[in-house]
Design a protein around this ligand. Structure first.
Ligand code: ADP
Ligand code: ZN
Length: 683
């Protein structure tokens, strides 16, 4: 649509403070603004809200947004008001004053965007109210909630079709769920079967780092992953309710802020966790999959799976809760042979019809294929969604390609041990046979006389367990639900058994020491102190307003501030996420933090030195660093040292020039080395 896009662009930067559309946003905004019926499928974090908020501002009259997420609606309303848009919400969480304010906004025709919970549609008064309020657009968030077969089904969503007909306005529906059955159901139930203009966005979430690890010491693996990410909000998904509680306790015991969440908890306790997670900076929630739809926090920095999810779709959805704001986020998924057994049995023992169970095995296989992948995880994941990709550079396998070996012979030996024992035994007994351990059970069944007995002696037990796990992962063998997990061969294994095919396994997952899982820093070391100062300021403002931190500014905006260090309000206005209203409200406050006109809160590294002589040295180093931040002549690239580094240098004592330079590294030594040496020699 001509004419709309320049205006859309102006609003994008003036109101929302963004300088470019995300993929597909512009096309969707244009179509919705033009009054077309639209169905848009964008991944989580793709920026769906903007796709109805911008058109709402471009079109005359009122836009009604139906959303099932009350916490999200309230945050969005708050965020819209922050940028100067007249918005309100009608939900069960409203106070009387809030509801009154919405009604007067409606009757005065001031309100541009009205959020509404689906339950409202059940009352006859709602349709009348809306009919009198000049509604010109209906937007439906989480449109998959209309699907009766999905687990997010909301019966009240079925009333939306009738409301659309009654108001006779265009409808724009949004979801991140992309399977075609759900899409068809949305078209039938929301659009009365008339196909809307459909936009299907890509599935990639490039800011999310993907990583898997075989379980070795799972609790330690999770603890070390979480500890390395202290003060970042994260979710740990567990397979059982009991485990959420023990793991949450273990995390708390190591000094992290963590709590459990599962469907067996009292509703009040659950709501309390949801509320804390939404507003606190850096809480870890250890949860079952029950922790899902209700959360819509854009700045979740990591998601870990203490147990393997049930399918590749579930995996994608769960990790997708991280990094919705587009800033870097990390994931780690643990898996082991027990998980595979558990998930298989769960499917086999479900009451679903046979075809459904087959499909479920297929979805589990796709996830196991991803877990045991030999090339880029993202490529493998997106291939499943039929999107082609180059290796991503942001997954564990891109970072360190796996060490592989030809496992054909080992697999043949294992299969042979299984077949010669009537496919009646599990991994433990089969391994005894392969490595030639003469247990009671082996002797009693005469398995020590099998030709396979001891053929796997060249490989130790741990390696065999990894081989069995990968055989399960490649679906060459499956635990038999009817026979207590005895392994059965599948058709997929036949070509290998017959010598017609070979197979490659990974070796590195067999290693005993888990690889260090260092967190990815959000900014370079030199910008880190400023970023924490900006975050502290944000927290202070958010607490004063009793709002979640990201309502003030999202992480990405603070990161950009720390990296580009605007030193005037004009420069500040160029930062992504700083629109006119926010510039006016917060611009100078944050500018003061950047230019150092407000004292930055003392870093813990400095606090440790309090009262000691080196504390004084530290302060002088800090002052010198601030003076030299842009070089002697003030025109260089901004540089600074971390507080920890300054503390180390402060402790060095005189005559330490060499050590200073070594600690600083070349770049920093060029800028700061001589001055720092001078300060130390005077101390
Ligand atoms: P979704 O509903 O698709 O999961 P949101 O609408 O909540 O995603 O948007 C996710 C985040 O991305 C929000 O913090 C939003 O402000 C931000 N965002 C949306 N569009 C843009 C854009 N064009 N540029 C920068 N950030 C954006
Ligand atoms: Zn990759």
């Amino acid at each position: 649509m001509d004419g709309a896009s320049p205006t859309a662009h102006t609003l994008l930067s003036d109101i929302f403070g963004f300088d470019a559309f995300r993929p597909m946003q512009q096309e969707i905004v244009d179509a919705v603004s033009a009054g077309e019926d639209v169905l848009a499928i964008l991944p989580t974090g793709g920026g769906k809200s903007l796709c109805y908020q911008l058109p709402a501002l471009l079109r005359p009259g009122l836009t009604v947004v139906i959303s099932p997420l009350i916490a999200l609606m309230r945050d969005q309303v708050r965020a819209l008001r922050e940028v100067g848009v007249e918005a309100g919400a009608l939900t069960s969480a409203n106070t009387e004053e809030e509801t009154d304010a919405v009604y007067s906004g409606l009757s005065e025709g001031r309100l541009k965007i009205l959020y509404m919970a689906p339950e409202r549609l059940a009352s006859g008064g709602t349709e009348r109210l809306l009919a009198q309020s000049g509604v010109t657009l209906l937007a439906v968030d989480e449109a998959h909630c209309v699907s009766q077969w999905g687990h997010d089904f909301r019966p009240d969503y079925l009333r939306i079709g009738a409301l659309r007909r009654a108001l006779d306005v265009p409808l724009a529906a949004f979801t991140a769920t992309a399977d075609s059955e759900t899409r068809d159901e949305i078209v039938t139930r929301l659009f009365g079967g008339q196909a809307p203009k459909t936009f299907l966005g890509g599935f990639d979430r490039p800011n999310i780092r993907l990583a898997f690890a075989a379980k070795l010491k799972p609790r330690e693996q999770i603890l070390s992953f979480a500890s390395a990410r202290k003060e970042q909000s994260g979710i740990v998904y567990c397979g059982t309710r009991a485990k959420t509680e023990t793991l949450a306790k273990a995390l708390s015991d190591t000094g992290l802020s963590a709590c459990a969440y599962h469907a067996g908890m009292e509703p009040d306790a659950r709501r309390d966790v949801e509320r804390r997670f939404q507003s606190e900076d850096g809480l870890i929630v250890v949860a079952t999959v029950a922790f899902g739809m209700g959360i819509d926090k854009p700045d979740i920095r990591w998601v870990a799976h203490a147990d393997l999810p049930k399918s590749i779709e579930a995996y994608y959805q769960e990790i997708g809760r991280a990094g919705r704001d587009g800033a870097p986020a990390e994931t780690l998924t643990l898996y082991g042979a027990d998980d595979i057994r558990f998930r298989r049995m769960q499917i086999d023992e479900s009451l679903a019809p046979a075809e459904r169970r087959m499909a479920d095995h297929g979805r589990l296989n796709a996830l196991l294929g991803l877990a045991e992948a030999l090339k880029c995880r993202r490529q493998t994941l997106l291939e499943y969604f039929e999107e082609a990709r180059e290796p991503c550079g942001n997954c564990d396998l891109c970072a360190q390609p796996p060490d592989t070996f030809d496992a054909t012979e080992a697999v043949m030996k294992a299969l042979s041990a299984m077949l010669r024992t009537g496919e009646s035994f599990g991994v433990g007994h089969l391994t005894d046979i392969l490595v030639g351990t003469c247990t009671e059970k082996v002797k009693a069944r005469g398995h020590d006389r099998l030709p396979t007995f001891g053929v796997g002696q060249d490989t130790d037990r741990r390696h065999w367990s990894a081989i069995f796990r990968q055989m399960m992962g490649h679906d060459l063998v499956r635990p038999d639900a009817e026979r207590h997990g005895a392994l059965r061969m599948t058709h997929a294994a036949l070509p290998i058994l017959k010598g017609d095919a070979s197979i490659t396994f990974r070796r590195d997952t067999l290693a005993s020491a888990p690889r260090r899982n260092a967190p990815r820093a959000l900014v370079s070391e030199e910008d880190a102190p400023l970023l924490s100062a900006l975050k502290a300021k944000r927290r202070e403002l958010a607490e004063a307003q009793r709002a979640p931190a990201y309502v003030i500014f999202p992480d990405r905006t603070l990161i950009e501030m720390a990296e580009t260090r605007p030193d005037t309000l004009d420069e500040m206005a160029k930062i992504n996420g700083v629109g006119a209203k926010k510039l006016e409200r917060y611009g100078s406050t944050f500018l003061a933090v950047i230019t150092g006109d407000t004292p930055v809160q003392e870093h813990p590294a400095r606090r440790k030195l309090a009262g000691r002589a080196s504390g004084d040295v530290y302060d002088r180093l800090l002052a010198a660093q601030a003076r030299l931040a842009r070089g002697e002549d003030g025109t260089g690239k901004p540089m600074s040292c971390s507080a920890a580094l300054l503390a180390k240098i402060a402790a060095l004592g005189p005559n330490a020039t060499d050590q200073i330079d070594r600690l600083l590294g070349d770049r920093l030594a060029d800028r700061f080395g001589p001055t720092f040496a001078q300060i130390l020699s005077e101390a």
